[in-house]
Write a protein that binds this ligand. Structure first.
Ligand SMILES: CC(C)(COP(=O)(O)OP(=O)(O)OC[C@H]1O[C@@H](n2cnc3c(N)ncnc32)[C@H](O)[C@@H]1OP(=O)(O)O)[C@@H](O)C(=O)NCCC(=O)NCCS
Length: 205
C-alpha cells in the first residue's frame, strides 16, 4: 500500500473517489457530504490531498481545505474503499493528512466535523478535542459544503449552532493537547442518539 501526496497523475481516480463517497453515504444512511468528480479533481491537483493506492487500485483518500485566511484547515472527505476497510488504513491516511497539514500550515487550527465514531476515535488519538461549532471557522464557504449532506436542514434550523456532526479541533497553541485521549465510545453513541431523536423527530413533524 502506498500513501502519497496526490498530484495530476491521480486525476483518473476522481470518479471512483466520488462514487465511493456517494455509495458509503447511501449505505451508512447518516450524513456525508457528496463530492463530484470535478470537485475531487481540484483537490487532487493542489498538493493538499493524500491518496492510498494498492498498486493501481484506489484504496483511500483525504484532503485539506483552507479556511478563514489560513487560520483554520479542515481534514475532509476521508474515504476508504470497502475492499480495504478494517485494516488500519484510515488511521494511516488520517495521520498522513494531519502531518501534511501541520507541515504546510503550522499555525492553523485543524478541525473536522463528523458523525462517525471511527473518525472521532482517530481524531482523539491525534490530539483533537470535541468543541462547539462556534469554535470552528465561521467562513461561510465551509458551511456551504454541508449543503449536499442530507442533514443540512438541521444545520439551517439551528442557525449553524449544531447538527448531527460533532465538531473536533486541534489547536497547535493549546499545550494541554499533548495528553492524547481515547474517545468514550459509549458516551459518543449516546450523544449521537440523543441528537438524532432531538433533530430528526422534529424533522418528521
Ligand atoms: C470510516 C472509515 C474511513 C474507516 O476506515 P478503515 O480503514 O476501515 O478504519 P481503520 O481500520 O483505520 O480503523 C480506525 C479506527 O476506527 C475504528 N472503526 C473503523 N470502522 C468503524 C466503524 N464503522 N464504527 C466504529 N469504529 C470503527 C477501528 O476499530 C479503529 O479503532 P481502534 O484504533 O480503536 O481499533 C471507512 O469505514 C469509510 O470510508 N467509511 C465511509 C466514509 C466515512 O464514513 N467517512 C467519514 C466521514 S465523517
Amino acid at each position: 500500500m502506498n500513501i502519497v501526496i496526490a498530484n495530476e497523475s491521480h486525476i483518473k481516480y476522481a470518479q471512483i473517489i466520488s462514487d465511493t463517497i456517494s455509495e458509503s453515504a447511501k449505505v451508512r444512511g447518516t450524513g456525508i457530504a457528496q463530492r463530484s468528480a470535478d470537485y475531487i479533481i481540484k483537490r487532487l491537483v493542489n498538493g493538499n490531498a493524500v491518496i492510498a493506492l494498492d498498486e493501481e487500485n484506489f484504496a483511500g483518500f483525504c484532503y485539506i481545505e483552507v479556511w478563514g485566511h489560513k487560520k483554520f484547515v479542515a481534514n475532509s472527505g476521508l474515504i476508504v474503499h470497502p475492499d480495504y476497510r478494517n485494516q488500519g488504513l484510515a488511521k494511516k491516511i488520517k495521520k498522513a493528512i494531519f502531518e501534511l497539514s501541520r507541515k504546510k500550515f503550522p499555525d492553523a487550527k485543524i478541525f473536522g466535523i463528523t458523525t462517525g465514531l471511527a473518525v472521532m476515535k482517530m481524531n482523539y488519538e491525534l490530539g483533537y478535542k470535541p468543541v462547539t461549532f462556534s469554535e470552528l471557522t465561521n467562513d461561510p464557504d465551509f458551511w456551504t459544503g454541508c449543503q449536499t449532506c442530507k442533514n443540512f436542514d438541521v444545520l439551517t434550523r439551528t442557525e449553524q449552532k449544531m447538527c448531527l456532526c460533532t465538531g473536533m479541533l486541534y489547536d497547535p497553541s493549546d499545550k494541554t493537547k499533548i495528553k492524547k485521549d481515547k474517545v468514550n465510545s459509549k458516551a459518543f453513541k449516546r450523544l449521537k442518539s440523543i441528537k438524532e431523536q432531538l433533530f430528526l423527530k422534529k424533522k418528521a413533524k
